[in-house]
Design a protein around this ligand. Structure first.
Ligand code: ATP
Length: 570
């Protein structure tokens, strides 16, 4: 059975993974709080990334697929940086989405999201259904009487799309379409085109309108809207004190490039990694944590010689894809999509996205988890020379009308001198930029499973379980006494304390029947449960139950920690 986002959102709230921010005041759109289990899950995602990038990296060995060995370092830079950083990076001028607002309900939408929101909107689905079509149909068998019936129906048009031109004024709205059909019987009657006609009362004056996904009202033309959150440093709210919450962590690595080279005696090729909060005033935050206004990124800037940059790009593209697979997203739900040339940023030689089939998307659609970009020398040169733009001969300094630089650079030399080849050059950069919240959400969605398992009486019961990779599971082991007497609780508590002292996340539970306790652990994705029973008291052995196979083995109490540590390593 396909999983629905509602089931996942409800489990997340019920079992303490994710809550709406400031929920007691009605929540704040685009902001989320991680609960007691969510904070552990997300920490495990971050640790898996940091360990893979930094802690477990061996700079003396050439990893499979890499052109050669390399060094890795980490930093943690401030969230508020010098405002000039964002002028050089392009965010000040370019980090803007085109947005449209509804003239009736005043809601804001990102222009490039309007069609996907329309195709998910209840009124559009209901409208398409009245012609026996789905939202992805190529051509609609349109009939005016059906459209009028729909527009007058209190449960359909009147209720779902009260501001749609067709609902407010059906005769005039349909006359525009009838006129065009008379002049051109081959008129495009795809759903998007038909919806534009249904949103337009006076085509000659306004042209065809785009309807609002919420109420059907007409949308304004797309306008630019900067996504950076503004703030002020110091007491006075003046232009000189205006600053921005960072919209990405990457700039922290570029402005610290020289500091890291000088302080750590690293040699190119090497990477600088960072995990931290970023902020974007998204116009339409939606789909749970997928598009939030405050989120966490896991980014790495890899500096290399220009002649090797394509090989490194290929390496990081493949390695980052494999990371998600290793942590439990195998098969068709994950894809690596190369950007088409027209999608590339002006400085990029190549970009690929790791994408996941989130349950809130239509079948066959994928949402971005991470972008891996070949950024050339754009970033370091922009911070040296000033903001760059695309010119006839590659990147060049962006100039004002009088020929002066639009934004001057820092003037600092960010080139690299290779003392072995005696060559000075500006390194090229490969950037794998991932979102910790999107990765956590993808792992949660992928882990969500339902099956039927026999209870103590042998009757089949519905089971919901999260099939997390053990490395990501918030709790690794649950320890239970079978019953609350005969010394079992004391023995179980002793084992629980030893497991915790070994640094393994564990819980202890003695309330409710054993089957119920197993199911509660399955629901939060605990991979193993240890039960203390009568045989423990006589033979010093316990049972260890596996969440996925439900297999139970007996093992000596003295082997429990080794066995769990072994399973966690594999
Ligand atoms: P999108 O096209 O979805 O807006 P993007 O291409 O702008 O994303 P990047 O600037 O490449 O995203 O940021 C790198 C990563 O940061 C993304 O792949 C994603 O995982 C994460 N990310 C970006 N914006 C958000 C957001 N609003 N909420 C949660 N995560 C985000």
């Amino acid at each position: 059975m396909p999983k629905s986002m509602d089931q996942i959102v409800s489990l997340c709230k019920r079992r303490g993974f994710l809550f709406q921010s400031s929920e007691i005041y009605g929540g704040l759109n685009g902001f989320w709080d991680y609960g007691p289990l969510g904070v552990e899950l997300k920490r495990n995602v971050r640790n898996a990334w940091w360990n893979d990038m930094i802690t477990h990296h061996d700079e003396f060995t050439v990893p499979a697929g890499a052109p050669r060995e390399f060094q890795m370092t980490g930093i943690e830079s401030s969230i508020i940086m010098h405002p000039q950083v964002w002028k050089r990076s392009g965010h000040y001028d370019l980090f803007a989405d085109m947005m449209q607002s509804c003239r009736h309900c005043k809601k804001l939408f990102r222009a490039d999201h309007v069609w996907s929101m329309l195709s998910a909107s209840p009124w559009v689905r209901s409208f398409a259904e009245c012609f026996g079509a789905g939202v992805s149909a190529d051509r609609i068998n349109f009939s005016s009487p059906e459209a009028i019936n729909w527009s007058r129906d209190r449960k359909r048009g009147q209720k779902l799309a009260p501001a749609l031109a067709l609902v407010r004024n059906p005769e005039i709205t349909l006359s525009g379409l009838a006129e065009d059909l008379q002049n051109n019987p081959e008129l495009d009657l795809s759903l998007p085109q038909l919806l534009r006609y249904m949103a337009t009362e006076q085509k000659n004056i306004t042209g065809l309108q785009v309807p609002c996904p919420e109420c059907g009202g007409d949308l304004t033309e797309p306008r630019r809207f900067n996504l950076m959150f503004e703030t002020y440093t110091g007491a006075i709210q003046s232009d000189e004190n205006r600053a921005f919450l960072r919209p990405e962590t990457a700039q922290g690595m570029f402005v610290n490039f020289k500091n890291v080279v000088d302080s750590m005696s690293v040699r190119i090729p090497f990477g600088i990694a960072q995990i931290g909060k970023s902020f974007r005033n998204e116009i339409t935050p939606r789909n749970f944590t997928f598009r939030s206004r405050e989120f966490e990124q896991m980014e790495m800037e890899f500096f290399c010689h220009p002649s090797e940059s394509r090989q490194w790009y290929q390496y990081w593209r493949d390695r980052r894809f494999a990371w998600y697979q290793k942590l439990g997203i195998p098969g068709g739900n994950l894809i690596l999509r190369d950007h088409a040339p027209e999608e590339l940023s002006h400085y990029s030689v190549g970009t690929a996205d790791v994408e996941y089939a989130f349950p809130f998307l239509e079948a066959g659609e994928y949402g971005e988890l991470e972008g891996i970009a070949h950024r050339g020398d754009f970033d370091l040169r922009s911070h040296m020379e000033g903001k760059l733009c695309k010119g006839p001969n590659g990147l060049e300094l962006e100039k004002n009308a009088d020929g002066s630089p639009k934004y001057k650079g820092s003037g600092k030399d960010l080139s690299y001198f290779d003392d072995q080849s005696r060559e000075r050059f500006i390194p090229h950069v490969i950037e794998p930029a991932a979102g910790a919240d999107r990765a956590t959400l993808a792992f949660l969605c992928e882990a969500y499973n339902e099956d039927k398992q026999p209870d103590e009486k042998g009757e089949l019961q519905e089971r919901v379980y999260l099939k997390f990779h053990p490395k990501l599971a918030p709790v690794k082991v649950a320890v239970f006494p079978l019953i609350k007497k005969e010394g079992m609780p004391e023995k179980a508590l002793e084992i629980y304390r030893e497991i915790k002292a070994a640094g393994i996340a564990a819980v202890f539970a003695q309330q409710a029947a054993i089957g119920k306790r197993y199911r509660r652990q399955d629901e939060i994705g605990t991979p193993w449960c240890i039960t203390v029973d009568g045989d423990t008291m006589t033979g010093d052995t316990v049972t260890l139950r596996d969440r996925d196979s439900l297999e139970q083995i007996r093992l000596p109490v003295s082997k429990v920690i080794d066995e769990i540590a072994r399973r966690l390593r594999t």
